[in-house]
Design a protein around this ligand. Sequence first.
Ligand SMILES: [Zn+2]
Ligand SMILES: [Zn+2]
Length: 84
Amino acid sequence: MKCPHCSLEAHRMDLHAHLVDEHEDAVTIGQEGESLFFEMTCPACDEHMKQPLRKRASMLRGYEREIRMVAFDLLLYHVQDQHG
Ligand SMILES: [Zn+2]
Ligand SMILES: [Zn+2]
């Protein structure tokens, strides 16, 4: 697969790790009241993705990486489905 952010070619698992390590800024983690959400935009089609998280805002510290792992997993599914 090709990285949607920089065109690096890698297997899905390696690409996922690459996204988490190199493109963390592509995922925005936000807070609405007590709840958290993440959002990002697919660089290939500008589709905006936003998803609420079950974790409470007070638990965010230390979970940013985990949240990004979930977000980039979603992005890879989207890329496979829509741009594969
Ligand atoms: Zn990349
Ligand atoms: Zn897309």
